[in-house]
Design a protein around this ligand. Structure first.
Ligand code: PGA
Length: 266
């Protein structure tokens, strides 16, 4: 669809479960979430919904979604940069593709902080994902200290530039702006800040991958997103959805975030 000369991007609401819900809980959760959204008359073509369970749940979630033909997308929370071999504990992009994952979250701040993931590793993981036609959700964001020293955009912009080092302009990618200080803190960024950084990230996409990619790529905001604040983010022209952590584990709350269009004319 073209609005005001711009191709409108389909919003994506992505639920990052982190290390929560085992495979049996995942089956019950996904089933209830799908019913809940269907009962509410959710139009899945207007707002895409994706869940990101732990690796051990993926096979169960895939089986359920394909057997019941649910309109939910799913993906993994990380991927190895390696293809196969002696990498104990790692999961390859080939395995995720075989499980019909559409997406994979890469460079989440918890991976960067707790597992010392570098920009180079993030970039290599993105290449591994793209090789298997998985859409990487590339996470970038500044810490509270970065914010104080450099303002909101400098670090996310530098992280995105580094992440795109191996990406071609034909690639299907998603970018998630997640200020580290806003994750799990209840202290969300203002919609104005999310928009300001998202606009700069889109400029990086345009410079590095061209106008078409900049126009079609969805940029999500993440960090303490709730049903009460989602509408304000979605009113911003450069914010195309949300990466939701804590609130994605509550079916009613997550459904309400997905149905943000009740609150905004978008
Ligand atoms: P939060 O987490 O919604 O709990 O702040 C977001 C994320 O880590 O992706």
């Amino acid at each position: 669809m073209v609005v005001n000369g711009l191709a409108r991007r389909t919003p994506l609401i992505a639920g990052n479960w982190k290390m929560n819900l085992d495979h049996l809980q995942a089956i019950a959760f996904v089933q209830k979430l799908a019913w809940n959204l269907k009962d509410a008359g959710h139009d899945f073509t207007a707002v895409e919904v994706a869940v990101f369970p732990p690796f051990t749940d993926l096979r169960s979630v895939q089986t359920l979604i394909s057997a019941d033909k649910l309109d939910l997308a799913f993906g993994a929370q990380d991927v190895s940069a390696q293809e196969s071999g002696a990498f104990t504990g790692e999961i390859s992009g080939a395995f995720l593709a075989k499980l019909e994952c559409q997406y994979v979250i890469i460079g989440h701040s918890e991976r960067r902080t707790l597992h010392n993931e570098t920009d180079e590793q993030v970039s290599a993981k993105i290449a591994a994902a793209l090789k298997h036609n998985l859409v990487p959700i590339i996470c970038v964001g500044e810490t509270a200290a970065d914010l104080e020293l450099h303002g909101p955009s400098a670090v996310p912009v530098a992280q995105l530039r580094a992440a795109l080092a191996n990406v071609s302009n034909a690639a299907d990618i998603v970018v998630a702006y997640e200020p580290v200080w806003a994750i799990g803190s209840g202290q969300a960024a203002t919609p104005e800040q999310a928009e300001q950084v998202a606009a700069q990230l889109r400029a990086v996409l345009q410079e590095t991958l061209g106008q078409d990619v900049a126009d079609k790529t969805r940029i999500l905001y993440g960090g303490s997103v709730k049903s009460g604040n989602i509408a304000a983010y979605m009113r911003e022209p450069n914010v195309d959805g949300a990466l939701v952590g804590g609130a994605s584990l509550d079916i009613a709350e997550f459904s309400s975030i997905v149905r943000f269009q009740k609150h905004v004319g978008r």
